[in-house]
Design a protein around this ligand. Structure first.
Ligand code: BDR
Ligand code: CA
Length: 313
């Protein structure tokens, strides 16, 4: 039996890789892909979701949810890492759709249509998930599971010393989601950075003869260049792809029940995730957190999924 998933993302090359894996994974049925502003603006994120689907052309077309504007301008973006268009400056063509459904509506509709069966994988800021909760406060009782790429437990942040990018972009929404009763699994930077794709990864991804291979070969080299230029790293981290693996192959991760919250203000700490490790009654766990991963096995999983995508396209 396949598992229904919604990929909520702000593409972003690592988001695009996660999407490419999910769309052709025979264990999954991607019922919707919803866009959120983060790595790029909300408008660009929606265009990128559309463009990725057009490039990959999966046999079952998921519903698309459009990213709404945010009340305040995004405090950060990652165009220096992913290119001005978020996808390695490829400027993939994108046909505008007339039927534009807001991301949070699509999430609520799809979760309600299959109670307790839908896993949402949140690969961007938690804006859409918080809005979905506002729209349907009973969502926690009908959502299957929420897997979140975001935050840090002990690792340093990647946008400020204390904060990880997805949480930093919209800490208020992240706090709402963390404090909600949804069944959550957090995949923080501590774990996603344990999984490194060194240069030989590029030799192992599918060749250009398939749609998936061609898309990956047009986008991934940009990420290697920007990691070297801005981070001084000779490899890349596909954070969102690792979160997807946590949703499909959880046995590759060590998971711990923890009590997590988000700092929403603070000159140095805005967007930091805070875990209460005291043994007090009020420190009750509210999420499962990935604390370590079998990095080599996770990379194998990513390569296997990308291979499936190539065979299907
Ligand atoms: C997260 O931030 C984004 O830049 C990536 O796409 C990923 O979701 C990593 O901190
Ligand atoms: Ca992302």
């Amino acid at each position: 039996m396949t598992r229904k998933v919604i990929i909520d993302c702000d593409p972003g090359i690592d988001d695009a890789v996660a999407l490419c894996m999910a769309l052709f994974d025979p264990r999954l049925e991607v019922v919707a892909v919803t866009a959120v502003g983060g790595n790029v603006s909300p408008e660009q994120a929606t265009r990128n979701v559309q463009a990725i689907l057009d490039q990959l052309d999966p046999p079952r077309r998921p519903r698309i949810g459009c990213a709404g504007e945010t009340a305040n301008p995004l405090p950060a973006d990652a165009r220096h890492i992913f290119g001005n268009d978020g996808l390695g400056n490829n400027d993939f063509p994108c046909i505008e759709h007339h039927q534009r459904h807001p991301a949070e509506k699509v999430i609520c509709d799809e979760v309600r249509a299959a109670p307790n069966q839908v896993t949402v994988v949140a690969c961007g800021p938690l804006t859409n998930i918080a809005r979905a909760l506002m729209r349907d406060p009973d969502l926690p009782s009908v959502i299957g599971q929420l897997v979140i790429m975001g935050g840090t437990v002990s690792a340093p942040g990647n946008v400020t010393p204390a904060a990880e990018f997805n949480i930093y972009c919209d800490p208020a929404s992240a706090r709402t989601v963390f404090r909600s009763a949804m069944t959550k699994t957090l995949v923080p930077l501590d774990v996603t950075t344990q999984v490194v794709q060194t240069f030989d990864f590029l030799d192992q991804i599918p060749d250009e003869s398939s749609r998936a291979g061609s898309f990956l070969r047009k986008t991934l080299p940009y990420l290697y260049r920007s990691h070297r230029q801005y981070l001084g790293e000779e490899g890349i981290h596909l954070h969102d792809a690792v979160a997807l693996v946590a949703a499909t192959d959880r046995e590759l991760f060590e998971l711990k029940q923890m009590s997590g919250d988000v700092e929403v203000s603070g000159e140095l700490t805005r967007g930091a995730t805070v875990f209460d490790r005291r043994r007090l009654p009020q420190s009750r766990p509210n999420m499962e957190v990935a604390v370590s991963a079998d990095g080599a096995a996770v990379t194998d999983c990513i390569l296997r999924s990308l291979g499936e995508a190539a065979r299907a396209t």
